[in-house]
Design a protein around this ligand. Structure first.
Ligand SMILES: *Cc1c(COP(=O)(O)O)cnc(C)c1O
Length: 384
């Protein structure tokens, strides 16, 4: 699609997608092939071997670039495979400054894998971006941001981080999984690399594991594409097709995630048995002003604690819901409920977890797009 001036809803459905050149099929075919026949040595149609290029993946990568306001998209077998590729453009001795309430898998690949290869990681709370600069030294190469964060929904000011990155000649990476391009476009705010676990909102139906990187800069794209091909963590064409299909409804799904999220956040806040409710849309959220500045809505991710802050009380709610399924992950059309203390953050020692604000009774919701009255009724009977 040539015209870049279309609005997001139109881009989500059409960007990067052309009728299949051989048949006119309106939907991108799944090119389930490992190689491509050449007319003569070196004479081919731009496709040589499917780790390097696949037409289904090309369409998805172009769509990803368009919807994140970038120039180039790259697809990977998972969100963490995309993270792995970003780390591999660094060299031993390089340092990364990262937010301290990262997705657990990102923290693990940093500290348990790449720390062994000589990269050094600093973790700090970035809700106040002034915490970043004191950690910068001659070896620092990258700032890694995730916003909103998981599960406490802290907000980090992307523009402020971008200003610091520019001043010190560092790359700014933003994991935009929680917001999705419907709510936030980090490249427009000065980021260099946007990362997605497309497993979540982009795929949107809990049926695929996929990762993506989007950049504007040609040279950075060449570096990352080289890693994608050299290290080979590429997705299969069927998975690319599922993500393409998911993207087409991102705007209608996100609109409903936001509406349902807002109603449920307010319902929980007035519930006598609920203590704290974490949701980006509350005006008294510590960084609500920044959220309003950089996001177009507040999403369907909510966490809350109970006045009875015990594991038993949390367990009663977690096993009492019928529509909210007890599961890790997020961003699908169906509502999920999770318990960070025993699930996603179970490997963190209790003392450290509580110090970081993850109470025993903290419950995380990924609010789906079901009828919100049914969802509230489900929570009501589970909380009691
Ligand atoms: C799930 C997730 C990831 C990792 O993605 P996978 O597709 O599971 O590898 C990274 N960042 C965030 C914020 C996530 O929620």
């Amino acid at each position: 699609m040539e015209n870049k001036n279309y609005k997001l809803a139109t881009q989500l459905i059409h960007a990067g997608v052309e009728p299949d050149p051989t048949t006119g099929a309106i939907m991108t075919p799944i090119y389930q092939t490992s190689t491509y026949v050449q007319e003569a040595p070196g004479v081919h149609k731009g496709y040589e071997y499917a780790r390097t290029q696949n037409p289904t993946r090309t369409v998805l990568q172009n769509a990803l670039a368009a919807i994140e306001k970038g120039k180039h998209g790259l697809s990977f077998g998972s969100g963490l495979a995309a993270t792995d590729a970003v780390m591999k453009i660094l060299n031993p001795g390089d340092e990364v400054i990262s937010t301290n309430d990262l997705y657990g898998g990102t923290y693990r690949i940093f500290t348990k894998v790449f720390a062994r290869y000589g990269l050094k990681f600093h973790f700090t709370g970035m809700a106040d971006a002034s915490a970043i600069e004191p950690l910068i030294n001659a070896q620092t190469k990258m700032i890694w941001v995730e916003t909103p964060t998981n599960p406490l929904l802290n907000i980090i000011d992307i523009e402020a981080c971008a200003a610091i990155a520019r001043k010190h000649n560092l790359l700014l990476v933003v994991d935009n999984t929680f917001a999705s391009p419907y709510l936030q476009n980090p490249l427009d705010l000065g980021a260099d690399i946007v990362l997605h676990s497309a497993t979540k909102y982009l795929g949107g139906h809990s049926d695929v594991v996929h990762g993506a990187l989007i950049v504007k800069d040609d040279e950075l794209h060449e570096q990352l594409k080289f890693i994608q091909n050299s290290c080979g963590a590429v997705p299969g064409p069927h998975d690319c097709w599922l993500v393409l299909r998911g993207i087409k409804t991102l705007h209608v799904r996100m609109q409903r995630h936001c509406e349902n999220g807002e109603k449920i956040a307010h319902y929980l806040r007035q519930h006598p048995k609920v203590d704290k409710v974490y949701w980006v849309g509350f005006e008294d959220h510590p960084n609500h002003a920044i959220a309003k500045k950089q996001m177009r809505g507040f999403g369907g991710m909510i966490s809350f604690t109970l006045k009875d802050d015990s594991l038993e009380a949390a367990n009663r709610v977690l096993s009492g819901t019928h529509l909210f399924s007890l599961a890790e992950s997020l961003g699908g059309v169906e509502s999920l409920i999770g318990h960070p203390a025993s699930m996603t953050h179970g490997s963190i020692p209790r003392e450290e977890r509580i110090k970081n604000g993850l109470a025993d009774s903290l419950i995380r919701l990924s609010v789906g797009i079901e009828d919100v009255d049914d969802l509230i009724e489900d929570l009501a009977q589970a909380i009691g």
